[in-house]
Design a binder for this molecule. Structure first.
Ligand code: GDP
Ligand code: MG
Length: 448
């Protein structure tokens, strides 16, 4: 888990609230103190911690939980919301426009993780069907070119380089025409020990000739709160469009780096969470905080606290399930729900008319291991494939196998499971959807 220590202290704190009998000011003060301690240990700025906890306390004392939610649940919701706000709230995913190529340039100091991150981004997007090339413009160190060539090869993408040329702008100009064959160009640049004037000049001239669509600053999470100064410095000098925070796995200061970046207003696009090429995530503050708080069930709790399982939503979902219009996204949601609610056969037993149905055993008995595998395969799917898995033919099966690192038979296994689930959903047709949904929602009990 990313930020293990912070996560476990926050989890303990919330469990304390959940276990308590009364919620009073004393308990809230204790909660505040625990959260402060956890965040300060993760190197978050003192003033920020103070502001955050003040806000949590104020809301916990002033606001009343909506009907149907207990005060305990509502306080947990407040903590969650304030932590999300703290990290920038919105997920800011990069939209790759179809302009051939869409250009992303990475900047950063020595060793911040630029070259490694390029290979991770290359893998991430090639899984999603984009044709990708990298370009080695770290001209000051010969080994840097070797490294980019090597990692590009490992993830099966093209790499443009010219060992003889020492002017990065000239290298770009030389290959510019050839890059038009690609959907996405990832440009690796040279770092320095500090943000020096010659680095600024170099980046400025690269910006002018390449005109990247995204200029992403790569920073190492172990600089903690110093991330703020670094982000601001690079932004003033080189106009960045976003930040990638790497090595969150290797430091207790990750909380400091993330929050210090968030307060500059720069968007965190990705986080690096390990040395391997799959160790990258699109930064999503909501998902990040719910994992940090260790609650797969948090969403359910929040739904309850907000009094939102909106009627239209339930109806839309049940209609969709029952129309047999059941794609990979629905299947994925169903798999998640099964993980929370228990095996499908137990759920079906509770539904009138389904208990005695003859459902293939392998469909009911889905192991965690398999779910994980399928999730990776789905991650490799394009949007089109997720929305209509029936278009996945043999050549797509091959691509998905390659992209996910599993065998074609694992991909076919998922396709088979999808077909069976779709059939099952069709069988449910004709039953009263509201009754089915009622059964489902009753099962969504929340446990710590
Ligand atoms: P560059 O000088 O900015 O190009 O940095 P590199 O990409 O060469 O990375 C420097 C070191 O950091 C390498 O040893 C990488 O394996 C390591 N590294 C990069 N990203 C991560 C990460 O997210 N987690 C961990 N643990 N190591 C990383
Ligand atoms: Mg490098």
């Amino acid at each position: 888990m990313v930020l293990d220590k912070l996560g476990s202290s926050l989890k303990e704190t919330l469990k304390k609230i959940a276990r308590s009998v009364f919620v009073d000011e004393k308990l809230i003060d204790e909660l505040i103190k625990d959260i402060q301690k956890a965040l300060l240990n993760a190197d978050v700025n003192v003033q920020l911690v103070f502001d955050l906890t003040k806000e949590i306390k104020k809301r916990a004392l002033d606001e009343k939980p909506p009907a149907g939610a207990s005060q305990k649940e509502y306080i947990i919701k407040i903590v969650y919301e304030e932590l999300v706000k703290f990290l920038g709230e919105e997920k800011s995913e990069i939209k790759i426009e179809s302009k051939k190529p869409f250009k992303i340039m990475l900047l950063g100091l020595y060793g911040s993780g630029k070259t490694t991150t390029i290979s991770k981004i290359a893998k991430y997007y090639s899984k999603r069907g984009y044709k990708i090339a990298t370009m080695a413009l770290d001209v000051h160190r010969a080994a840097a070119i070797d490294q980019l060539e090597q990692v590009s090869k490992q993830v099966n993408v093209a790499c443009f380089s010219d060992r003889k040329e020492k002017d990065p702008v000239k290298i770009y100009n030389k290959f510019q025409d050839e890059t038009r064959k690609y959907d996405l160009l990832l440009v690796d640049t040279a770092g320095r020990d500090v943000l020096s004037q010659d680095l600024i000049d170099e980046i400025k001239s690269l910006n002018e000739s390449i005109k990247p669509d995204e200029v992403l600053l790569v920073i190492n999470a172990d600089i903690g709160q110093a991330a703020r100064k670094q982000v601001e410095g690079f932004h003033n000098a080189c106009k960045i469009t976003g930040v990638i925070v790497t090595k969150i796995d290797g430091t207790a200061k990750g909380g400091g780096a993330l929050t210090a970046t968030a307060i500059t207003g720069a968007k965190i696009k990705f986080i690096g969470i390990g040395e391997k090429q799959d160790d990258i995530e699109v930064f999503n503050p909501k998902g990040f905080v719910s994992r940090l708080l260790g609650m797969g069930d948090l969403e359910l709790l929040l739904e309850k606290a907000q009094g939102i399982v909106k009627e239209e939503d339930a109806e839309e979902l049940s209609n969709k399930l029952l129309k047999g219009d059941f794609n990979f996204i629905d299947l994925y949601n169903q798999m998640q729900a099964m993980k929370k609610m228990g095996p499908l056969n137990k759920i079906l037993e509770l539904m009138p008319g389904f208990g005695s149905m003859n459902i293939p055993k392998e469909m009911l008995d889905v192991q965690d291991e398999k779910l994980k595998k399928w999730k990776y395969i789905m991650d490799s799917c394009t949007k089109e494939e997720l929305e209509d898995p029936d278009i996945i033919d043999n050549s797509r099966v091959e691509r998905l196998a390659k992209g996910s690192g599993y065998s074609p038979s694992a991909v076919r296994d998922l396709l088979k499971h999808h077909k069976q689930s779709k059939k099952l959903m069709k069988l449910m047709k004709g039953k009263d959807p509201s009754k089915i949904m009622q059964k489902f929602s009753k099962l969504k009990g929340f446990k710590f």
